[in-house]
Design a protein around this ligand. Structure first.
Ligand code: SAM
Length: 331
């Protein structure tokens, strides 16, 4: 297992120390002098752009998110480390609530479709005692990151498309998509594929930030872009992320016992710079839009954001984000 970890870490990190995988942990940005236990989040949800090795026998070699994937192909979601800071931390928090709501039995065969960098896959393994997990995503950089996560050794990852799943018919118990459906050009086709691969009685479920309702953590960016009359970077199937739309498409796919819920979390940024850096890392569709702006436009956008974000007196920014979830059973 250690050999597997070193090989995969070696794929993306050049300056690797002799640490084993469990010796690495995120070091939260700007929290170096804080007592982690004072904070009310689990340690692995803290904002971080560095990892630090705890093995005192090894040389401490911090590495930065950008170095991890500098040579990887460019796409909206091909940088697993950047994605971790942008969304992985929130994905885990909302994913925990989603899994509690699903309340699955142990020993099930899962597929995590659009698994990204494995943030949610890790939660499935940690909380649900699955028999197996297949993780699938078109972005090779995300898959490379997913493979090296401390908690994903049970999972098997491959690249592929939700609209043409490389899994046999009726082979799985649970097919889930976490924060993916809005990015898929033909969500009905992806849903039909999910229905195909689960056994009769199996569950098909998803959750997505409520894009029309303002639940996306980057909602203030969209508002600022709108005020500046800039193109809208929302994902193509964003309209599907309301509870009504999700229930409707789930029912149309022939699923039974369809139910939906709203999942809310508090997202947090240490200060405005943390917010801006997070959303301009190379992950997600908003970053390339923002980075293509002139310096003057970026400055205008920052001014608007400083007005509309809830910035506390100490500079910290916290607000509620929310996703909608839907589940159904294959008859
Ligand atoms: C916001 S990320 C969510 C990642 C992960 N599920 C999570 O919760 O952190 C969206 C993911 O959808 C993936 N994606 C986009 N189009 C897809 C498609 N056609 N099939 C499968 N995944 C897709 C992207 O590569 C990206 O990793």
């Amino acid at each position: 297992m250690q050999a597997r970890a070193s090989r995969q870490i070696g794929l993306v990190v050049v300056r690797i120390s002799p640490c084993t995988r469990q010796d690495w942990e995120p070091r939260p940005t700007g929290f170096a002098n804080r007592n982690y236990d004072e904070l009310d989040w689990p340690r692995n949800t803290l904002p971080c752009d560095e990892f630090i090795c705890n093995d005192v026998s090894s040389k401490v070699v911090p590495f930065h998110a950008r170095e991890l994937t500098a040579n990887m192909a460019n796409s909206d979601f091909n940088d697993g480390a950047a994605y971790e800071r942008l969304m992985g931390r929130w994905s885990r928090l909302v994913g925990e609530k989603f899994l509690d709501w699903l309340a699955p039995q142990p020993n099930l065969a899962w597929a995590d479709i659009g698994c990204g960098n494995g943030a949610f896959t890790e939660e499935i393994i940690r909380r649900c005692q699955p028999a197996s997990v297949l993780g699938l995503d078109p972005a090779e950089g995300q898959i490379a990151f997913a493979r090296m996560r401390p908690g994903t050794e049970l999972a098997r990852f491959e690249t592929g498309d939700a609209q043409a799943l490389p899994f046999p018919t009726a082979s799985l118990d649970m097919a889930v998509m976490a924060l993916v459906i809005a990015f898929i050009p033909d969500p009905a086709k992806a849903l039909a594929e999910q229905v195909r691969v689960v056994k009769p009685g199996g569950t098909v479920a998803t959750y997505m930030w409520d894009m029309p309702g303002g639940g996306f953590p980057g909602i203030h960016l969209f508002q600022a872009m709108q005020q500046l009359a800039l193109p809208n970077p929302r994902p193509p199937s964003s309209a599907l992320s309301t509870r009504e739309a999700l229930e409707s498409i789930w029912t149309s796919a022939g699923l039974k016992d369809v139910a939906s819920t709203k999942l809310s979390i508090t997202v947090f940024f240490e200060n405005f710079d943390d917010y801006w850096t997070t959303f301009t890392l190379p992950a997600g569709p908003q970053a390339k839009h923002i980075m293509a702006l002139t310096d003057d436009k970026k400055a205008e956008m920052k001014d608007i954001l400083r007005r509309i974000l809830p910035i506390a007196a100490d500079g910290r920014i916290a607000f509620t984000s929310f996703a909608n979830a839907v589940k159904g059973r294959r008859p």
